[in-house]
Design a protein around this ligand. Structure first.
Ligand SMILES: Cc1cc2nc3c(=O)[nH]c(=O)nc-3n(C[C@H](O)[C@H](O)[C@H](O)COP(=O)(O)OP(=O)(O)OC[C@H]3O[C@@H](n4cnc5c(N)ncnc54)[C@H](O)[C@@H]3O)c2cc1C
Length: 373
């Protein structure tokens, strides 16, 4: 994206990538249909040590700029849910578009290029297995650490360190969470079952689906909360956010249904049985005492669990942390210390929510940098 803008500005532009394919993460994103932006993009949907840093770039290149580009080149898309825009066809349409814009704007693309060393004299000297290149401006868009098989490396962070540029500690984010054996014992046989939920940490909550997995929990509400979670902290989950279980019990309090049968009205039988296993009573509704009703309410609406960890970079959608925003100019993405060195996209300490926000940051930060060339 940045290369095509740069070429369009009349700059002689070279795009280097060590991979043999362009933009693998676009290809695999959004289940193969690339959730390329979100209509609700706003600074509040991003995590960064500086919550203001992304404002300038996001306001100058909005989701509507990107959809205008897609409209111009007849790439069809639709809103799935919550402002999330997906391609109607495969993600490859976006990769082809960016590639064709690069070619139209005279960008030279060199794939399979290992960057061996970068030095800065009057210019940047980039040593590669395909020769040396000299440039006044160098943009680092090497992304985060997740899914190494797509070509992800710590190159951007290492280069920043080489130039004495601070890094905010990196961690997997938008990542499935694992449970310890005690909790897993109750839930692992529910693997594959998804349910409406609200996940919550102090100051933030997400109302979306959650999903049981063999090793813990996943699904949108879990991925979202994972970006805010720190090791050892309990997460609260409401497993039936659309009903009030205490009210439902009161409504049916003369019923002789067993608790498991009663709960089965609001969730799958398997999940109802697991909940009863955790409670350790399957009393008739008419015989529930106040303490039991309280336990049911706590379990269903405020179940607290401490994840044992995350599934790590091999399953994470993004990397949280990265090049410190204190080191960059928010209007241009240029390093404050090194003239002509820019960092854009996921390598920067700006991490979006699930739902197209990370691509929107990639487009917007690319545009911001390119306007400074
Ligand atoms: C499975 C999955 C699904 C996702 N789905 C979505 C989604 O639907 N919507 C959304 O907004 N976000 C999604 N994301 C996140 C999104 O893909 C990234 O935030 C986005 O691609 C970041 O763009 P980037 O240009 O900064 O980095 P990347 O897209 O990661 O590109 C980095 C490039 O740098 C190259 N590179 C890395 N190291 C080197 C090196 N040492 N030398 C040379 N080249 C190097 C890589 O080969 C790669 O081409 C998803 C991520 C994953 C993993």
């Amino acid at each position: 994206m940045c290369a095509q803008f740069s070429g369009n500005n009349g700059q002689k532009t070279l795009l280097l990538d060590h991979s043999n394919k362009l933009a693998e993460k676009i290809r695999i994103s959004g289940g193969g249909r690339c959730n390329f932006t979100n209509l609700n993009t706003a600074p509040e949907c991003y995590i960064s040590n500086n919550k203001h840093f992304m404002k300038s770039a996001l306001s100058r290149y909005t989701p509507y700029h990107f959809t205008e580009l897609l409209d111009k080149y007849n790439i069809a898309y639709h809103e799935k849910t919550l402002g999330q825009l997906f391609c109607n066809e495969k993600s490859q349409a976006i990769i082809d578009l960016l590639y064709n814009l690069c070619i139209m704007n005279h960008v030279t693309i060199k794939l399979n290029t290992q960057i061996l060393k970068v030095e800065k004299d009057n210019q940047f000297i980039i040593y590669t297995n395909n020769g040396e290149y000299y440039a006044d401006k160098l943009v680092i868009a090497t992304g985060g650490l997740s899914i190494p098989q797509t070509g992800a490396t710590p190159f951007g962070y290492n280069l920043a360190k080489q130039f004495d540029i601070d890094i905010v500690q990196t961690n997997p984010a938008l990542v499935p969470l694992t449970l310890d054996p005690k909790d897993l014992n109750y839930f692992s046989h529910l693997s594959g079952i998804s349910f409406d939920s609200i996940t919550e940490l102090p100051n933030i909550s997400f109302k979306e689906n959650s999903l049981f997995t063999h090793r813990g929990l996943s699904g949108p509400a879990i991925l979202q909360i994972s970006s805010y979670w720190s090791s050892g902290t309990p997460i609260s989950i409401n497993m039936m956010p659309t009903i009030n279980i205490v009210e439902k019990i009161q409504e049916q309090k003369k019923s002789n249904k067993k608790l498991s049968t009663f709960l089965g009205q609001f969730t799958s039988d398997r999940m109802a049985n697991s909940l009863v296993n955790i409670l350790k009573f399957d009393t008739n509704i008419s015989q529930l005492n106040n303490n039991q009703i309280k336990q049911i309410n706590n379990l269903i609406h405020e179940y607290k669990f401490i994840p044992s960890g995350t599934e790590g970079y091999k399953k994470a959608e993004v990397t949280k942390g990265g090049v410190s925003t204190n080191e960059l100019n928010s209007k241009t993405m240029m390093s404050n210390k090194v003239e002509g060195l820019y960092f854009i996209g996921e390598v920067v300490d700006v991490t979006g929510w699930l739902g197209g926000y990370n691509f929107q940051w990639a487009w917007a930060s690319a545009y911001a940098a390119s306007q400074n060339f």
